[in-house]
Design a binder for this molecule. Structure first.
Ligand code: ADP
Ligand code: MG
Length: 517
């Protein structure tokens, strides 16, 4: 029996930790750093590169350097969010046979699960080196808004890497667990997580070792990348103004500018000015062209980023509204994610929540630390702590006129089980297709389709006279199991909702919500 570790499999960086004798320890990567870039790269031939070495060669190999793959996992190619993502990255995203979004590199297509598995395999390797024993199990964190497909795909990535993902927990919950377990207090917490690509705000209450998520909100297109992009545009424009040369078409120059922008952004978190020096960025008619800015000021970055900083406000307000609490009810705001090191972000947090920001936790490590605690809960090392989480989306079935009938409401504590009674809509209807969706729209088709199954051999009766009890069971990982039972004969069918794989839409036997009258 191997060891269990906690993994924050981030969009930008991974962090891993283990609980030993009740104390969490961060496991260093191959180069000794406490986080590992979530980057995988492919050379012309030979094995893949993972982590820091992959990140370091990105400049010379932009098309085959895969980063941000977490944004693809469990998504369809025609997903709206995906088109925006493709515009941001230099590698190709393609449609797999089942319609899923995959990555094309060298001459092969890779599923995001396989790419994530390469990261997980590296993590497993580092953990085994560090611990001196096999690591076979893990707790992995995912964003609270991850849907069923994304959670299952994450579990599959673990399987490919030889890791049994025993439990998936939401990142903010893990952060709160990491923070509160060490401090042991009953608190109402806000977890403010600004990472590389996304922003999440979650409100939780920790009472007697029970963690209850009150509400979560966020913006899936707001993160450090956007701040880098502002600064990138500024640098490219400075260069163009000076040399009359547009660098945006040269992938190597673009990658160098992006890296310089990110480095400058990070530096400006601790200094007021920084220098940007990029020699030989392009060839001009009279020799090589360089970009040299002696003093890039923090103020300049803050001005450029002002619109991004404003976008942090609305999700925070919505979360407070959803939770039905006010700022005064909060005891602590936990800062998570590398971007919360930016002083202007910290000021925005104080503007929104007041001066209750916990400064004694590490924004890069707190999520992995929480995952390590969860492994301790599961292995029995830690007692008296229970984790209660919620589903961030409503779950339901498609009924007559393509409407969404919600079975499990958003923000319900998991695990949970709910049922609802439906009736047939056509005379003699002898089967129904149960189509499962996730989302908040009244039109089912505007929500995320999760999967479907058919309940057959219904008794022949008039429309509305056959009733079907549909039960949704959402387990502790946030994975949905659905059963349907015809109430008279007891005929039933059940399914663990598998990631939808572009099933053909045959004619559907419709359902309406049954009103017992
Ligand atoms: P993810 O959750 O997406 O894996 P992280 O929490 O690791 O992301 O955050 C990565 C982001 O944080 C990157 O955009 C990075 O540039 C930014 N970042 C890291 N350190 C700093 C810093 N000192 N100042 C500003 N931004 C930083
Ligand atoms: Mg993160």
């Amino acid at each position: 029996m191997g060891c269990m570790i906690g993994i924050d499999l981030g969009t930008t960086n991974c962090c891993m930790a283990v609980l030993r004798e009740g104390v969490p320890t961060v496991i260093p990567g191959r180069q000794g750093h406490r986080t590992m870039p979530s980057v995988v790269a492919f050379a012309d031939e030979g094995p893949e590169m993972v982590g820091l070495i992959a990140q370091r060669q990105a400049v010379t190999n932009p098309h085959r350097t895969i980063y941000g793959v977490k944004r693809l996992i469990g998504r369809k190619f025609d997903d709206e969010a995906l088109q925006r993502f493709q515009a941001m990255v230099p590698y190709d995203v393609v449609a797999a046979d089942n319609g899923d979004a995959w990555v094309q590199t060298r001459d092969d297509k890779y599923s995001p699960q396989e790419v994530s598995a390469l990261l997980l395999r590296e993590i497993k390797h580092c953990a085994e080196e560090f611990l001196g024993e096999p690591v076979t199990e893990a707790i992995v964190t995912v964003p609270a808004y991850f849907n069923d497909n994304q959670r299952q795909a994450t579990k599959d990535a673990g399987k490919i890497a030889g890791l049994d993902i025993r439990h998936i927990i939401n990142e903010p919950t893990a952060a709160a667990l990491g923070y509160s377990t060490e401090r042991g207090t009953d608190q109402c917490l806000a977890v403010f997580d600004l990472g590389g690509g996304t922003f999440d705000i979650t409100l939780l209450r920790a009472t007697d070792g029970v963690f209850e998520v009150l509400a979560s909100n966020g913006d899936t297109f707001l993160g450090g990348n956007d701040f880098d992009q502002c600064l990138f545009e500024h640098l490219a424009k400075t260069f163009q103004d000076e040399h009359g040369h547009d660098l945006r078409d040269d992938p190597v120059a673009v990658q160098r500018l992006k890296e310089a922008a990110e480095a400058a952004k990070q530096e400006l978190s601790t200094t007021e000015t920084t220098a940007v020096n990029l020699p030989f960025l392009a060839a001009g008619t009279s020799g090589p062209l360089h970009l040299k800015i002696d003093a890039l000021r923090r103020e300049t970055l803050e001005e450029l980023a002002a619109p991004l900083l404003s976008r942090l406000e609305a999700p925070c307000r919505r979360a407070l509204d959803d939770a039905g609490i006010s700022v005064g009810d909060l005891d602590q705001v936990l800062l998570v994610g590398g971007m919360t090191r930016m002083p202007a972000v910290q000021r925005k947090v104080e503007e929104l929540f007041g001066e209750i920001t916990a400064r004694d936790s590490n924004p890069d490590e707190i999520v992995a630390t929480g995952a390590a605690y969860q492994s301790g809960i599961m292995s029995g090392q830690l007692q008296d702590v229970v984790l209660l989480d919620v589903t961030p989306h409503s779950l339901g079935v498609k009924v007559k006129d393509d409407r969404m009938s919600v079975v499990i409401e958003r923000n319900t504590t998991i695990p949970t089980s709910e049922n609802k009674l439906f009736a047939t809509t056509r005379p003699g209807q002898d089967y129904v297709d149960i189509e499962v969706y996730q989302g908040e729209h009244a039109d089912a088709d505007r929500n995320t389709y999760l999967g479907r199954f058919t309940l057959e051999d219904l008794p022949a009766k008039a429309a509305g006279k056959v009733t079907v009890l549909v039960t949704f069971m959402l387990d502790a990982d946030g994975v949905l199991h659905v059963t349907a039972k015809e109430t008279e004969t007891g005929n039933n069918a059940s399914v663990r909702i598998e990631p939808s794989s572009g099933l053909s839409q045959e004619k559907v036997g419709e359902l309406v919500l049954y009103h017992a009258s």
